[in-house]
Write a protein that binds this ligand. Structure first.
Ligand SMILES: *Cc1c(COP(=O)(O)O)cnc(C)c1O
Ligand SMILES: [Zn+2]
Length: 391
């Protein structure tokens, strides 16, 4: 529709639309570029008021050409919950939680996979594969089933049980790997040639990030055109962070917002915090985390491919990076459930101790408008409630 090119996020090399791409020749992610002047003609606030509450309401800034190619389970337009009780406890003026647990498959991975699988279908791909800490596998399996495509998913043997069971239920081939997502990616690469996979890994194809960027469009719509002062985001591969930053730039070009931007904070678990370490050391790239371990499965990404983009966004937005302990995450899961009725995933819950710390340090002003992301449902982590969280 409005796609003009795919452009490398590192070397700026330009690629024409309409073809199958993984990474740039230089090995870095490709990002979609749109004719935003053209998009702005029809993507207006008044037009949006009449559109369905899914991420496809931002059709003009999504890469799918024809409506018929869209593979949807009703993803996106999740609630932005005001949390006055929690805000009062923390001593912050305005606190919202963007509750991504309302997505199909119970996590925001649905956003990326809806767009990636739609594009895969448009491009005539039939066999998709993904290495995943867990939730991406479930989401790919669901959307592939919906589209009638094949999916092979590689996940750590100790990924949450829900991820294994849902992927099996959707008819995916589930390959359990001894090791982390990096080992899963290696196994996938080994089998790629023989099996003819298209690799739907985070940022190794250009469209998952397009699905995830819609979180920022929704935030601005739900805040009546305002941009929050601060965003805390549980960061694994960083797709959502990179996507949202791209979306804010697009929204400025569309005339929706001015040059104001939220301060972006990456939240990681102390057992796997490559971005936090690189940020603190002033580095522009992350070093692989050795022996990565945390109960927050979605944050067990030892070295994100988009590290240089994440670090650049944290610095340019005057944000930061915070690591929290697993015990703090468990406590936060209980607190969110009791204080706000939110059965959060551990990744999302990690934002709460991070916010407490940033407020205590004076890094975030008590008058700020803060948005936390609960990226998935606690229902996908019942194994934690049976073990670490058992009474
Ligand atoms: C994958 C995942 C994350 C991390 O998302 P990125 O955008 O890749 O950083 C956070 N929370 C949950 C529940 C996830 O599944
Ligand atoms: Zn490049």
């Amino acid at each position: 529709m409005n796609v003009t090119a795919l452009v490398c996020s590192k070397c700026q090399r330009w690629y024409p639309p309409g073809r199958i791409y993984q990474l740039c020749e230089c090995g870095k992610p490709l990002l979609v570029q749109y004719d935003l002047q053209r998009a702005a003609r029809t993507l207006t606030r008044s037009a949006l008021a009449l559109r369905a509450p899914t991420l496809w309401r931002y059709r003009e800034v999504l890469p799918v050409d024809e409506d018929a190619a869209i593979v949807s389970l009703g993803e996106g337009f999740t609630p932005l919950l005001a949390c006055p009780r929690l805000a009062a406890r923390l001593g912050v003026r305005a606190l919202f939680i963007k509750d991504e647990s309302a997505n199909p498959t119970g996590t925001f991975k649905a956003r990326g996979m809806a767009v990636a699988v739609s594009m895969a279908r448009q491009l005539g791909l039939t066999r998709l594969a993904v290495p995943s800490a867990g939730n991406a596998a479930g989401a790919l399996a669901a959307y592939a089933a919906r589209a009638g495509l094949e999916a092979d998913v590689f996940m750590p043997r100790d990924a949450p049980v829900a991820n294994r069971r849902e992927a099996e239920a959707y008819g995916a081939r589930v390959i359990l790997v001894d090791g982390l997502i990096t080992e899963c990616a290696r196994r996938l690469a080994e089998e790629k040639g023989a099996r003819g996979y298209f690799d739907v890994s985070t940022l190794k194809e250009p469209y998952r990030v397009e699905g995830k960027k819609t979180m920022a469009y929704e935030l601005v719509e739900q805040l009546q055109g305002q941009v929050p002062d601060v965003i805390l985001y549980p960061t694994g591969g960083g797709t959502g962070l990179i996507g949202m930053w791209k979306a804010f730039e697009e929204m400025e070009a569309l005339g929706w917002i001015g040059p104001e931007r939220p301060r972006m904070f990456a939240v990681q678990a102390s057992g796997c915090a490559p971005i936090v370490r690189a940020f603190q050391q002033g580095k522009t790239e992350a070093e692989a985390e050795e022996r990565a371990h945390t109960i927050a499965a979605g944050l067990r990404v030892p070295r994100p491919l988009g590290d240089f983009l994440i670090l650049d966004i944290l610095r340019r937005s005057r944000g930061g990076a915070v690591a929290v302990e697993d015990q703090e995450i468990l406590d936060a899961m209980r607190e969110l459930a009791r204080v706000e009725g939110l059965f959060a995933c551990p990744e999302g819950a990690a934002c709460l101790p991070a916010l407490k710390r940033l407020l205590a340090q004076g890094a975030i002003h008590p008058h700020a408008c803060v948005v936390l992301f609960n990226t998935g449902s606690g229902l996908k982590y019942l194994d934690l409630w049976e073990t670490a969280l058992a009474p």
